[in-house]
Every structure is written in C-alpha cells, then in structure tokens.
Design a binder for this molecule. Structure first.
Ligand code: PEP
Length: 257
C-alpha cells in the first residue's frame, strides 16, 4: 500500500434493482464508521439503472462513498443504441468507471484497443477508469502470467498520456479467481501487482507509477483482504460477490483502512 490511499470498489455486476441498491448503500453506511472511511476510499459500482438512486442517497445523506459504472461507451454521443456515454456518467457524479472487466472481454469480445478507447473517454470526462487486466487459468499454469498481464496492460493503456495514466486505477484480476472462491495467494497478487507497477514506470515514468493505485480482484473477502492489503504493491480490492453483503463489505473495507 505505502502512501497510496487504499481503494475498495464493490462491483455489483448484474445484481440489485434501484431500490435494493439504495438499501445496500444505507446498510454499508450504518456498518462502516467514519474513522475507517477517513483512511480508505470506498466505492460502489452498480448497474447503470441504479446509479441515480445511489447518487441521491450518497449526496443527500453526505455519505463518505464514491460510486461509478461497470462499463461505458467508447463513443461520445449519437446513434449508438443501448450505450451510455462518459459525459452522462460524469453528470451523475460518478468518480470511477470500470473498463475491460474480464466478463466484458469474454462475453462481449472487448479487445485491449477498445478498452483503451473507453479509458480515454472516461479520462476526458474527468473520471477515473479502473482498467482491469488478468490471465486465465491456462496462462497461469503455463507460467506466462506476468508477460501476459504486462502485454494486456500495455495494450489497454495505448494512446493515453503519462498524465492520464497517472489519473487511472489498475485492477489485477486473475480470471481463475473471479467468482470461484479461489483467491490468489498474497504473494501471487504481489508478484503481478509489482510487475504492473514496473510496467507503468516503463510506460509513464516512475513518478506516475508510484502514485497509481493497483487493486487486486478475485474472491476478495474479509478473511483475505488483511494479508492482501499489506503487500507493497496491492492498494486495495475490486470486490464482486462480497460487495453484495453489506456487513461483509463494511468489514473488509474497515480492514483495508
Ligand atoms: C470481480 O468481478 O471483479 C470480482 C473480483 O468478483 P469476485 O469478488 O466475486 O470474485
């Protein structure tokens, strides 16, 4: 972690309607005292239709939470039926936008090039992209995961300036650990997160690399976040399943603080 403020981002995926969304945010707020949120950034990443409700409760009750979206269009505006633009998300007060989640790469054939284009739109709208990278099981088993992730990262940041990269967050999410209950060991997470930081130094310079937060994602919960967060290059978590359980999410955020 070092001097970087830890970030815990809860990716709800395709769960919770707008009423359930409001209830979850309220429950997390009851369960997470301010003494923790002063030391950890906590963000909700709900489905698009929930964002307005989350905004109303966060702003209305002045809750110490950020929020954002799970995806964004690579286009600015116009005839792109079904898509949502970065400027619309910025207007709703979003701080973060996840780009390149493995589920989007897999089920929607998103390429590194598309992910980089989306990240650029997020940055142009003055929000922070959470750029996801991670290897599948066969690559891990072949032992080529570090090279794979560095290449995927480089492609997913292509065309961004050093300053833009400095305003981004990277999430290392080994695909074999997502939703499987299998977490990478803290040492495995550190190995790849350190490689990501050194790749960031090559691409954007040491100063940028030192300030970018690199998250780990993949079956993070209150039982494993403690060891993960103490790794030098792990600056928080992108949390799926556990982010839907308010007490669990509050507890793991408190541990990361
Ligand atoms: C995710 O999808 O970003 C994720 C890490 O999911 P889970 O925590 O459920 O493995």
């Amino acid at each position: 972690t070092s001097s970087r403020t830890p970030l815990i981002a809860g990716n709800w995926k395709m769960n919770l309607n707008h009423l359930e969304a409001i209830a979850l945010v309220q429950k997390v707020s009851f369960a997470l005292p301010d003494k923790y949120t002063e030391k950890v950034d906590v963000a909700f990443i709900p489905p698009f239709v929930d964002i307005r409700g989350v905004q109303v409760v966060v702003e209305g009750d002045k809750l110490p939470f950020a929020y954002g979206a799970q995806d964004v269009s690579a286009h600015v505006s116009g005839a792109y039926t079904g898509e949502v633009s970065a400027s619309m998300l910025a207007k709703l007060g979003c701080t973060y936008v996840v780009v390149g989640h493995s589920e989007r790469r897999d089920y929607h054939a998103e390429t590194d090039e598309l992910v980089a284009a989306k990240a650029a739109k997020v940055l142009e709208a003055k929000m922070t992209p959470i750029v996801c990278v991670g290897e599948k099981l066969e690559i891990r088993e072949a032992g080529t995961h570090v090279d794979f992730v560095v290449k995927q990262l480089t492609g997913s940041l292509a065309g961004l300036s050093a300053e833009q990269i400095g305003n981004s967050v990277i999430a290392y999410e080994p695909v074999w650990a997502i939703g499987t209950g299998k977490t990478a060991s803290a040492a495995d997470a550190q190995e790849v997160c350190a490689a990501i930081r050194s790749a960031l130094a090559d691409i954007a310079g040491a100063e940028v690399a030192a300030k970018v937060r690199v998250l780990y994602g993949g079956s993070v919960n209150s039982g494993n976040i403690g060891e993960l967060i103490t790794q030098d290059d792990v600056d928080g978590g992108l949390v799926g399943g556990a982010s839907l359980k308010p007490d669990e999410f509050a507890q793991l955020s408190a541990i990361a603080a």
